[in-house]
Design a protein around this ligand. Structure first.
Ligand code: HEM
Length: 410
């Protein structure tokens, strides 16, 4: 079995050599991962596309592929099993029932209307960074922005928001398997907090997604308390770390390509195409969650047995020269920029419009406020999150020439 380096610091910093190597090994490649064990990777634009749309071939719910529980790991703690029963780990019709409840608030028109809210939060964070003098973009901006936005969408009160965002920040900065006990502790605290919050919302409905979901539960018994918990958790987890890494890798990529940065500064009208290209080029979510073969079958020339785990390597599809001309080049004006970074098929990212708006607004506010920003350390010294499937720097220290306290309207 061939070995590929996806997890080292070098591979996180520059994933293209490993992605090239794995694509050259074939459209479906057998690998061996820690914890997961034997698995397969779909590697090309074509095989990843067939994998994402092949719901009759692959199941997200392991029970539809001959296993005894949804995750396929009998040893997963009960707490984790409750939270794992989300639309992301279920197949239709369960998936459709859950997704229908949250589709509307994440529709493009509803999210577009949130631009001013996102801009206000971005400006507040930049103010706070200037006031504190701490210019680590990950800590002060990229991690906080999506957390504050999703907290507002859910309708958490300001004081509660701070507590929850602190738990989530801690959750996402955990990087080693040794920290599993700490993660379980935080999950426990959040579960207690949200169960109490659901009870409060039943008594005293306030505007926000949590109230909408609680009411959906009351209205026709459609969402159990455990499903409600799993849903809110999924929105938090899926909705913040991913966007954090899109914002931070985008800023870093721009700083490493000054010609492209100048282009964006001189023509902000290309922002939406630029964010799609930055997403394609960086693929902060490198792979899908696993799916399992529903039955024994051949897929892209490889024989799979029922229950075999397959991941879609989105980062590799996004760098496939069979689909993208000169894929390793960053080209903010690229024509064909539709990429696989949000997945596809029925699990296509629910929050993609939100992630786009957040990243576009983040870059716009950041470049407007600090047009002369640069990296405070050589890029080679940055540490990358060692987490499988995610790609983002752990810190991004910036420097800004002549930084003085400025007003929010600047
Ligand atoms: C740059 C930011 C983001 C990226 C790269 C991203 C990427 C993805 C990907 C690749 C999937 C599919 C995973 C799979 O097939 O296994 C997915 C699903 C999902 N994402 Fe995102 N996501 C982002 C932001 C968000 C945001 C902001 C939210 C919501 C607040 C969100 C909520 C979800 C949910 C709920 C699913 C499951 C959808 C389903 O199973 O039907 N994501 N995301």
């Amino acid at each position: 079995m061939a070995r590929f380096d996806f997890f080292s610091q070098d591979a996180k910093r520059n994933p293209f050599p490993a992605l090239r190597a794995v694509r050259e090994a074939g459209p479906l490649v057998e690998v061996n991962f820690p914890i997961v064990g034997k698995a397969y990777l779909a590697t090309t634009w074509a095989s990843v596309g067939d994998f994402l749309k092949g719901h009759d071939l692959f199941a997200a719910d392991a029970r539809n592929a001959g296993k005894s529980n949804v995750l396929g790991f009998w040893w997963a703690p009960r707490m984790v099993r409750i939270l794992a029963q989300t639309m992301l780990t279920l197949d239709d019709p369960d998936h459709r029932r859950l997704r229908k409840l949250v589709d509307a608030p994440f529709r493009r028109d509803r999210i577009e209307a949130m631009r001013p809210v996102v801009a206000r939060i971005a400006d507040e964070l930049l103010d706070e960074m200037e006031a504190s003098g701490d210019l680590d973009l990950v800590r002060g901006f990229a991690r906080e922005l999506p957390l504050r936005v999703i907290s507002e969408m859910l309708g958490l009160e300001a004081e509660e928001r701070q507590r929850v965002t602190q738990w989530m920040s801690e959750f996402s900065s955990v990087t080693s398997i040794v920290s599993v006990a700490r993660i379980l502790q935080i999950i426990g605290k959040m579960m207690n907090y949200f169960r109490a919050e659901f009870a409060r919302r039943r008594m005293d409905p306030r505007p926000g997604l949590v109230t909408e979901l609680v009411q959906a539960e009351a209205d026709g018994d459609r969402l159990s308390e455990d499903e409600l918990l799993a849903m809110v958790f999924l929105l938090f987890i899926a909705g913040h770390e991913t966007t954090t890494h899109l914002i931070s890798t985008s800023v870093l990529d721009l700083l490493e390509h000054p010609d492209q940065l100048d282009l964006l500064k001189s023509d902000p009208s290309i922002m939406s195409n630029a964010v799609e290209e930055l997403h394609r080029h960086n693929s902060p979510v490198q792979a899908t969650k696993p799916r399992m073969a529903r039955r024994d079958m051949d897929f892209h020339g490889v024989h799979l047995k029922q229950g075999d785990r397959v991941f879609g390597l989105l980062a590799s599809a996004n760098a496939d020269p069979a689909h993208f001309a000169d894929p390793e080049r960053l080209d903010l004006r690229r024509n064909n920029v539709r990429h696989a970074g949000y997945g596809g098929g029925m699990h296509l990212c629910l929050g993609m419009h939100l992630a786009r708006v957040e990243t576009e607004v983040a870059l716009e506010r950041l470049l407007k406020r600090w047009p002369s920003l640069s990296l405070a350390v050589p890029a080679g010294q940055l540490r990358w999150l060692p987490r499988p499937g995610m790609r983002g720097p752990m810190t991004l220290p910036l420097q800004v020439a002549g930084l003085r306290k400025r007003s929010r309207a600047a």
